[in-house]
Every structure is written in structure tokens, then in C-alpha cells.
Design a protein around this ligand. Structure first.
Ligand code: FAD
Length: 541
């Protein structure tokens, strides 16, 4: 036994093992239990919440409106829960998830503080055996990977990092205990979605903030605000209709409605008025969706990109800093469009400094700070907001081995292959929630999670009804789906950007566009057709 796979001290046998107790894992427990299955969930964290447990960093907040970023499966739940803000903060979402866990009595089937280190398919038993870092082993017919798309935090390999004598935090592994940055000199590395949320909050309390930026990202104002009681009550009166309308949009969100016109069907003055109105409304979903072709047509995209660049120039007083903050290497929206509260304005404060590490690369971390080509920055604390090994990272970390001992890492060496992003040929009875080749990170994820878990539970119910015990993907159907995912992405501007959507943030990761960008309605219809045709593309026996 290798050190990461201690000899099993306890083996538990259930019908379905679920890995992860975030939005996906919790709903999977609930649905699978509802089918009469014995379910066990394994979670590395000491509590439920997933993303919203781990990301306790200052300023952590959801970019989807709170009334939409929530479960829809229970009318009672969505009526009884009250959100306090337009976009919920991490503590509030965590409270909500804890409430869901209590309300549906989910904790009794979750083992916390336990990480799955390997998963083996056993042909004779037609099921899986999972090993963990605590010695617990679990045998189950079905293995549901609800391990998250953004749960494998990544800290870049900066020389000398171990020498730093102060504390070092990653946004995605923020400590449970409050971190006091009052009066300290804080270095923040990374200006993606998390960095953009953290930086203004850190600047409020720190003596000095040094931001190390590799790539400037586009960010739009969230315009977060308290949710008025009457506004919330009105929304809840028509909750089902709002959910149904959101499901018809490509990103699973209501936004300001589904666009109908191409960009150049209106003149420039009209276009700028529209962009301005949406900028004032706030939220990435609103800013990105006024026209149909913003993510497919370069010239159309540039009109919006230029509009936001103008906003950066108008906000940041120092022209040189504004220039450094201005994205020019990707089309707006082709990397995750960030949403902020006062991000650009933060750079007008005298104690906030921006270091462009493209021009002045980090040479090393020393005991007292960071040395770049242009000099040394004395720092008390380092905050890494350097993102995740997205989508495939958590799956590969479980070292799954399917039929004939096939390693998932070998099968996916050239990039992930999964049928509908849900199953991968050669790994029977393994279901992936929001896997590669499904809409996953391209939209309201709670919506996509519910759709996937419903698909999985309905599939298991079908197998029970038909007395079937094995499910696999047809490799040809899988290839066709992966090809379709690629073709659809290639019709857009998305693959042009060096984003985490293509794994560009992870050295050596194969460049494959990970999510399906054909839109949530098209994806759902495909799933429905697959089921209507007797689970077309699946092999059931
Ligand atoms: P997660 O919440 O990631 O949960 C997966 C769980 O699996 C984790 O708790 C992890 O510990 C556990 N796990 C993983 N591997 C193992 C293992 N080997 N053994 C045991 N346990 C394991 N989505 C949106 O739609 N809108 C947003 O605005 C938005 N904002 C986000 C902001 C941040 C900072 C981050 C990181 C993500 C954001 N997301 C957002 C995406 C978010 O991850 C999803 O919305 C959603 O929370 C995912 O739920 P999940 O249950 O699928 O995965």
C-alpha cells in the first residue's frame, strides 16, 4: 500500500457513493435516497458547502443573483429561505447550504474530513471500491463524482515560496479562523474572479497592498444591494415561472432577457446607450447579453471590449496604472467575466500598488517578500488568488481506474472525453456531475447541477425498473459528442483565449475547451432526446 492509501481499517458497502458535499453532492444524496438506495457521501472538508465552505476569503460573493443561485427542487425550500442581498456573500450561501443539509437530514450519510484517494471498478462485483486517506473504504454499485469543477486549488510553483516567513493563503483554501490583515503589508497574486473580489476588501484594512498581475481581466460592476422585502416576495410569487424562463436562456439566468438583435443592427449611439444602461444595471450576465453575436463576432465583441476599456480609463486616475489594468489579449467574455465592487477604483488609493509580472516577472519569494525583475517588495502576508485545475483536476485526483484497470489519467491524456459530460466510456456506473463537455461552468451552476443530478437519478431509477446493473457510454457516441462540443466551441471566440476554460493556467494540461457552449436549452433537449430514445449512446445491461 502506498502512503496515500492506508490499509483499509473499515469497509462500508452501500448502493451509491457520492464524492463531495457541495450543491451537487447534497442534491445527489437527496435524490438517490428517494429511490430507496443506501447512500454514503465522502467529503474532504469538515463541513458541507463545497466551494462555499472553502472560499471564505474576504469579499467572496456569487455572481448569479441569489434568488436564482439556489435549488429549485423544493417549492417549500425556495419559499421559506430569505436572501438579504441581490448577490449573496459566501457566508450567506454557506448558511443556506447548511440549512438545506439540516432540512433534508443529509448529514447522517456524510463522512467529513475524508479524501478519496483512489477508485477501482470491479468487473465481477459490477461496482466500485473507493479508498480514502483515513483508511475508510467504500464499496458501491454506483459512483457519483460530485467533486466540483473548481475545487482543486492551484498555487503556482514560484521559486523560494517555502522561504517566506509570514502566512500564506490560497483564496480557495481560506482558513476557518478569521484572518486579521489590519495594518499589514499584503501581496495578492492573481487578478481573476477571486483576486478582483479580494483586492478591494484587503485594501480596506491593510497598510499596503501589492497586487501581482499576470493578465488583466475585464470586470464589470456588480451593483450589489440589499434585496427589498417586497421585491423578494413578488419574485417568489412567480418562482416557478422565473425558473422556467431562466432555463430557456443559454446561461440559465434571467439576466435582462434573451438577446434578439445582432450588434451592428443598431447604430453606435444606440449601442453605447445600451452598454451604459447595462453597466449601470450591473452584473456580468446583463453586460454580456445585449446582442446575439458578442461572443461569436470579433468586431461586435470589440465594441463592448472598447466600451469597458473606456470605463477603466475613466475610473483609474493614473494613466499608467489604467493602461496596465486594460485587457488587450482576449475578447471580452472569453475568459470568465469578473464582477466587482469598487475594483478599479481601489487602484486610486495611495497604498495600493500594481505590479505587472509580465513586464517584471517574479524572480523569487524571499523570507520577507517578493522579488521581481524590477525590485523587492517587503510583505507580511501572501494571498494566492491563482485559481484552480478546473473541471478535470478533482476527477483525475481520485485516480479512477475502470475496465481492465484503465486509468482515467491515461484515457484523458490528450484531453477529457465524456459522453454528455456525464459518463466516460470504460468507467461503468461512474456518473460525473457537471463534467467536461456539459454546460457546467458556463452559466448558473446550481441550475446545471440540478439538471445533471436529475438525469442521473432518473437513469438509476430506469435501471432499477428494468433490472439492469451496468451502465457505460458507447465510445462512438462519446466521440461524436466530444466532436460536437469542439465544433460548437470553435464557432465562438471562446477557444481563442488562454483561459482556464482551455486549461491554459495549468502547465502541461492539454488544450481542450472544457465546457459545452451550445447553451443550456440545447444541452437539456439533447439529454431529453437521449432518454426518449431509450438512453441512446449508453450501453445498459
Ligand atoms: P463544489 O462546491 O466544488 O464541491 C465539491 C466538493 O467535493 C468539495 O467540497 C471538495 O472538498 C469535495 N471533494 C473533491 N474531491 C474530493 C475527494 N477526492 N475526496 C473527498 N472530497 C472531495 N458558480 C456559479 O454558477 N456562479 C457563481 O457566481 C460562482 N462563483 C464562484 C466563485 C468561486 C470563488 C468559486 C470557486 C466557484 C464559483 N462558482 C460559481 C462555481 C461553484 O463551484 C458552483 O456554483 C457550485 O458551488 C459547485 O458545486 P459542486 O457541489 O458541484 O462542487
Amino acid at each position: 500500500m502506498s502512503p496515500d492509501r492506508p490499509f483499509p481499517t473499515e469497509t462500508r458497502t452501500v448502493d451509491a457513493v457520492v464524492v463531495g458535499a457541495g450543491f451537487a453532492g447534497l442534491y445527489a444524496i437527496h435524490r438517490l435516497r428517494g429511490l430507496g438506495l443506501r447512500v454514503l457521501c465522502i467529503e474532504a472538508a469538515p463541513d458541507v458547502g463545497g466551494t462555499w465552505y472553502w472560499n471564505k476569503y474576504p469579499g467572496a460573493r456569487c455572481d448569479v443573483p441569489s434568488l436564482e443561485y439556489s435549488y429549485s427542487f423544493s417549492e417549500e425550500l425556495q419559499q421559506e429561505w430569505t436572501w438579504s442581498e441581490r448577490f449573496a456573500s459566501q457566508p450567506e450561501i454557506l448558511r443556506y447550504i447548511r440549512h438545506v443539509a439540516e432540512r433534508f437530514d443529509l448529514r447522517r450519510d456524510i463522512v467529513f474530513g475524508t479524501r478519496v484517494t483512489s477508485a477501482r471498478f470491479d468487473e465481477a462485483r459490477k461496482g466500485w471500491t473507493l479508498a480514502t486517506d483515513t483508511g475508510l473504504a467504500v464499496q458501491a454499485r454506483f459512483f457519483v463524482a460530485a467533486s466540483g469543477c473548481l475545487s482543486a486549488a492551484r498555487t503556482p510553483d514560484v521559486p523560494g515560496i517555502a522561504n517566506f516567513k509570514g502566512p500564506l493563503y490560497h483564496s480557495g483554501q481560506w482558513p476557518e479562523q478569521a484572518v486579521d490583515l489590519q495594518g499589514l503589508r499584503v501581496g495578492v497574486i492573481g487578478t481573476g474572479s477571486s483576486g478582483i473580489q479580494i483586492i478591494p476588501e484587503v485594501a480596506r484594512v491593510a497598510r499596503q497592498v501589492v497586487v501581482f498581475q499576470r493578465t488583466p481581466n475585464f470586470s464589470v460592476p456588480a451593483r450589489n444591494r440589499p434585496l427589498m422585502q417586497e421585491e423578494q416576495a413578488a419574485f417568489k410569487r412567480d418562482y416557478a415561472q422565473h425558473r422556467a424562463r431562466a432555463r430557456e436562456s443559454n446561461d440559465g439566468m434571467l439576466g435582462l432577457g434573451i438577446p434578439t438583435q445582432p450588434t451592428f443592427s443598431v447604430d453606435e449611439a444606440q449601442r453605447l446607450r445600451t452598454y451604459d444602461a447595462r453597466w449601470e444595471h450591473g452584473g456580468a450576465a446583463a453586460v454580456l447579453t445585449p446582442y446575439t453575436d458578442l461572443l461569436t463576432d470579433r468586431a461586435a465583441n470589440e465594441t463592448l471590449g472598447e466600451f469597458v476599456r473606456g470605463k477603466i480609463r475613466a475610473t483609474v486616475r493614473d494613466a499608467e496604472v489604467a493602461d496596465k489594468l486594460t485587457p488587450r489579449d482576449h475578447y471580452i467574455g472569453t475568459k470568465r467575466l469578473c464582477q466587482d465592487t469598487g475594483y478599479y477604483d481601489t487602484y486610486n488609493q495611495p497604498h495600493v500598488k500594481l505590479v505587472d509580472i509580465r513586464r517584471s516577472p517574479i524572480e523569487q519569494v524571499t523570507a520577507s517578500g517578493i522579488t521581481t525583475r524590477e525590485g523587492h517588495h517587503e510583505l507580511d502576508v501572501l494571498v494566492f488568488a491563482t485559481g484552480y485545475d478546473a473541471v478535470t483536476g478533482p476527477l483525475l485526483a481520485m485516480d479512477a481506474r475502470g475496465r481492465g484497470g484503465l486509468r482515467l489519467a491515461d484515457k484523458w491524456a490528450e484531453g477529457p472525453k465524456a459522453y454528455l459530460g456525464l459518463v466516460t466510456a470504460g468507467f461503468p456506473n461512474l456518473f460525473i456531475v457537471t463534467g467536461p463537455g456539459s454546460p457546467s461552468v458556463k452559466g448558473n451552476m446550481v441550475h446545471s447541477i440540478e439538471q445533471h443530478v436529475n438525469f442521473i437519478a432518473d437513469c438509476v431509477a430506469h435501471m432499477q425498473a428494468q433490472d439492469l446493473s451496468l451502465l457505460d457510454a458507447d465510445p462512438q457516441a462519446e466521440d461524436r459528442w466530444c466532436e460536437h462540443v469542439r465544433e460548437v466551441a470553435d464557432r465562438t471566440l471562446f477557444p481563442l483565449a488562454d483561459s482556464w476554460y482551455v486549461g491554459a493556467n495549468i502547465p502541461g494540461k492539454p488544450r481542450v475547451f472544457l465546457p459545452y457552449v451550445g447553451g443550456i436549452p440545447a444541452y437539456r433537449k439533447t439529454c431529453e432526446r437521449v432518454v426518449a430514445n431509450g438512453y441512446e449512446g449508453f450501453r445498459l445491461q
